[in-house]
Design a protein around this ligand. Structure first.
Ligand SMILES: [Zn+2]
Length: 61
């Protein structure tokens, strides 16, 4: 499975930031931000990670 990564930087507040699926940290303007998307039940699922280490720890749900 290819992991699409996000390399764009957005100026967002922490309140609006997604939380890391592994450690729960808000991801605001993290250059190490990783995003995975996949299709489940005909809808797009998204998982955010604060860095590659957390992404590697995640084994899906
Ligand atoms: Zn994390």
């Amino acid at each position: 499975m290819v992991d699409p990564t996000s390399d764009h930087h957005e100026d967002i507040d922490e309140e609006d930031a997604p939380n890391c699926e592994v450690c729960g940290a808000p991801i605001a303007n993290e250059v190490t931000h990783r995003v995975i998307t996949w299709i489940a039940d005909d809808s797009v699922q998204t998982a955010h990670f604060c860095d590659e280490d957390c992404r590697a720890e995640w084994d899906g749900e």
